[in-house]
Ligand binder design. Structure first.
Ligand SMILES: *Cc1c(COP(=O)(O)O)cnc(C)c1O
Length: 397
């Protein structure tokens, strides 16, 4: 059984703050500060260029990938780190399309994060081969998969509502129709139980600064089903995905397996912070995290529906049909969230009217969740949001 009191002691959250935005940016793991500091002085400072060998920097994208594989039900050697998630969307999608050269449809849904759709749009334009990005309602994805679909590009958990797709069922259906699956796990990794090998997923991608607490702009990951990894063609054919980067050949030859999905020089300081953030997972069972996150979100929903029945839940009411977050519709949601933040309860706002709250058992407990819900009810019932200072929109909402 995971000791959540211990996990909580492993993070820094400012005094008095209730942080319900770990779905956007996880808090600082205490050990990350020391580890990044040490790697700057002892490795970058002392070793300089020899750090690539001596400190094992060159192997870090694979080593850290293996630690994430354990959380996602994937085999060792099937995940590699690098770049940001948007880049990984492009990379996975282009390799996936290549595996179905006779098909022209990319299937996604309106609940997908815009960057995923934008990257698909950009790729389609560059390829200039009459690809179609078919975007359907989330509840229609399953039925929209047919023999025309080359690739499904689906984010398992909706960033706005938390709605969760059935990865196993959709993957099975896609395979039955001969399509390749790309799953975006941005809001899944570290939040819910994922079984990439069990679900027979082809490609998966995700970021690590949300529920994995790797820090702002932490490197993303890409997974390729092991039996496909030696066949996929890397569209971003950078030198570190080459079979022999230090032979400096003039032509590209893809490296073995997942290594071919590497692109350029890995962001070592970011990987060191992420590696430190992953230490906590050595003593965490994702099934416990999922069970506890359901308890937390249910406590929040229960408190809000009792104290503030006017607030309309935008998330599925069945906790098993959503990820680790809950959203409410409120027309003045931006101002209301600013009023919450002013009271040291941190969530965020997503246009047009969603107040979003993330539940992260590693550092949030049920008393904090209930207190946050009571403050939300006060903000709404007493119109505490109705103050000009809460209504000026900032760049990041
Ligand atoms: C957070 C998120 C992103 C962000 O991509 P970056 O390149 O890391 O900025 C992309 N897709 C989804 C589904 C996300 O939730």
């Amino acid at each position: 059984m995971t000791d959540f009191q211990w996990t909580k002691s492993q993070f820094y959250v400012p005094e008095g703050m209730i942080y319900l935005d770990g779905n956007s940016l996880g808090p600082l793991p205490l050990n990350a500060k020391d580890r990044v500091g040490a790697s700057m002085t002892d490795q970058w400072g002392e070793m300089l260029i020899t750090g690539w060998n001596k400190a094992g920097w060159m192997d870090m994208p694979r080593r850290v990938g293996d630690r994430i594989a354990r959380i996602l039900g994937a085999a060792n050697g099937s995940i590699v780190m690098g770049d940001t998630l948007s880049i990984k969307v492009y990379q996975a999608l282009s390799s996936a399309l290549d595996l179905r050269p006779d098909r022209r449809v990319i299937l996604s849904d309106t609940g997908n994060f815009p960057s995923d759709l934008y990257m698909a749009e950009g790729l389609i334009k560059s390829l200039d081969r009459d690809y179609e990005l078919r975007v359907v309602a989330p509840e229609d994805v399953y039925d929209a998969i047919d023999d025309d679909v080359a690739v499904t590009l689906i984010t398992e958990i909706d960033y706005r509502t938390g709605r969760r797709h059935d990865m196993q069922a959709i993957t099975e259906r896609a395979h039955a129709c001969g399509a390749i699956t790309v799953w975006d796990l941005a809001h899944s990794a570290g939040a819910v139980d994922v079984d990439l090998a069990g679900a027979n997923v082809d490609f998966a991608i995700g970021c690590t600064y949300k529920y994995l607490n790797g820090g702002p702009g932490a490197p993303a990951f890409i997974y390729v089903r092991p039996d496909l990894a030696d066949t996929v063609r890397p569209a971003l054919s950078g030198w570190l995905g080459h079979a022999a980067p230090f032979d400096f050949e003039l032509n590209y030859r893809a490296g073995d397996g997942i290594d071919r999905l590497r692109v350029g020089t890995p962001p070592i300081l970011g990987l060191v912070a992420l590696d430190a953030a992953l230490d906590v997972w050595d003593r965490v069972d994702i099934a416990d995290v999922r069970a506890r996150s359901i308890e937390l979100s249910e406590a929040f929903v229960e408190e809000v529906s009792a104290g503030c029945p006017a607030l309309k839940l935008a998330s599925p009411s069945d906790p098993h049909a959503r990820g680790s977050q809950v959203s409410y519709h409120f027309e003045q949601g931006y101002a209301a969230m600013q009023a919450m933040i002013d009271r040291k309860i941190i969530g965020d706002f997503r246009a047009p009217d969603l107040m979003r709250f993330g539940f992260t058992p590693l550092y949030i407990d049920v008393d904090q969740v209930r207190a946050a819900a009571r403050t939300l009810c006060d903000v709404i019932n007493l119109n505490l949001w109705d103050d000009p200072k809460y209504k000026t929109r900032q760049k990041v909402t």
